[in-house]
Design a protein around this ligand. Structure first.
Ligand code: PMP
Ligand code: GLN
Length: 382
């Protein structure tokens, strides 16, 4: 985690957003929307503040939100949960991930993730002094190879941590992949931790939570967040659902990380989770149009694009556009094209960087005119 001089490196997202702010470039680096989400959700937070919902909420989260999370899991996935024992509200998905990894992983335990992986995974596994093993995802579809997955999971594996829909690639793991993860977890007595923050941002088909598969429920911690679904990334209201014994273990850690957070935002996210189905469908189709716009713009600019099935991001191979070193391209992009993007090497282990050297992640959770302007600039890239 520490650099050679003992300092902690800034995350790639903080670095890239600072670069965008400094240069005035269009920020397609850090994944956050540039428009507000549903007015009813924003209004509910304002109302809660006005009504005095401003002190510590209960340690597990406000009942109204825990109930809304349970209702949401039942409405969309037919998962029935006890909101008092099987739902825990956290400071974003990030705290859910941190508390879960710190609760479950002891020094020397192995954690398997797919690579590229969301940057916090590597840092959290290191904080727990775990050993991070990875299964590679590759262009064109970024689906894991089942033999490679089987080769990595063993009796030393404590946690298999998956993220589908996946950041950065936008891959949605097929059901046969999910089934194999459950079978391996059962065979090696591992816990499944599943990061489903992009659960509502699928461009085709529906999301299948791994906890709904046979054998998964009692060994799975499911993590999500209001940030992506309601365009409220700054509110940091997330949650996890798990069987009561697993949840108790995570809560034991969580109470000493933040204790609680975001009192007035919790009832507001509850309002969001209860919005009609049409809200969720419309948000995904609006984002799908942005995916198509940015993907075709990148293709026109000479990049090879792996079309994402979900989420905020598209991964493009810059080698075809004459830029084999994506990290260098991303450093130069603000001055070459006044656009900021993130090299995929930021999501992989140093020793695996060569395989991802020419890949760039672009965020498309931005206003249409911003994406159009960015594609015009990228088309003029030397
Ligand atoms: N997991 C993934 C895969 C993410 O992309 C993000 C944030 N963009 C998070 C977790 C963190 O979510 P939160 O902001 O709710 O902490
Ligand atoms: N998850 C967002 C992304 O992938 C950023 C979150 C952060 O800044 N840590 O861009």
């Amino acid at each position: 985690l520490l650099g050679a001089d003992g300092s902690m490196a800034a995350t790639i997202f903080a670095e890239m957003s600072a670069l965008a702010a400094r240069t005035g470039a269009i920020n397609l680096g850090q994944g956050f929307p540039d428009e507000d989400g549903p007015p009813a959700v924003l209004e509910a937070a304002r109302d809660a503040i006005a009504e005095g919902v401003n002190q510590y909420p209960p340690g597990r989260g406000m009942p109204v939100l825990r109930e809304a999370i349970a209702e949401h899991q039942e409405r969309f996935y037919a998962i029935r949960l006890d909101p008092d024992r099987e739902v825990l509200v956290t400071a974003g998905a990030t705290e859910a991930l941190a508390a879960t990894i710190l609760a479950l992983v002891d020094a020397g335990d192995e954690v398997v993730t797919f690579e590229p992986f969301y940057d916090a995974y590597g840092a959290l596994i290191a904080l727990a002094r775990g050993i991070h093993r990875t299964v590679p995802l590759r262009l064109p579809d970024f689906q894991p190879d089942l033999d490679e997955l089987r080769a990595v999971v063993s009796d030393r594996t404590r946690v298999i941590l998956l993220n589908s829909p996946h950041n950065p690639t936008g891959a949605v793991f097929g059901v046969e992949v999910l089934r194999e993860i459950v079978a391996l977890a059962e065979r090696h007595d591992a816990i499944i931790v599943t990061d489903e923050v992009y659960e509502h941002l699928l461009f085709d088909g529906v999301h299948t939570p791994i906890s709904t598969l046979d054998g998964a429920r009692d060994r799975t911690v499911t993590i999500s967040s209001g940030g992506k679904t309601f365009s409220t990334t700054g509110w940091k209201v997330g949650w996890l659902t798990a069987s009561a014994p697993l949840l108790e273990a995570v809560l034991a850690v969580k109470q000493f990380l933040t204790y609680v957070n975001g009192a007035p935002f919790q009832p507001a996210i509850a309002v969001g989770l209860r919005l009609p189905d049409s809200f969720f469908a419309d948000a995904a189709s609006a984002l799908r149009a942005k995916r198509d716009l940015l993907s075709s713009g990148l293709t026109a600019a000479g990049f090879t694009v792996g079309l994402p099935q979900a989420g905020y991001f598209v991964v493009a191979d810059a080698a075809a556009a004459g830029h084999p070193d994506a990290a260098r391209l991303c450093r130069e992009l603000p001055s070459l094209a006044s656009v900021v993007a993130v090299p995929v090497t930021a999501f992989v282990h140093a020793e695996h960087r060569d395989a991802y050297r020419s890949l760039v992640r672009f965020a498309f959770c931005k206003r249409t005119e911003v994406i159009e302007e960015a594609t015009r600039r990228l088309a003029a890239l030397p």
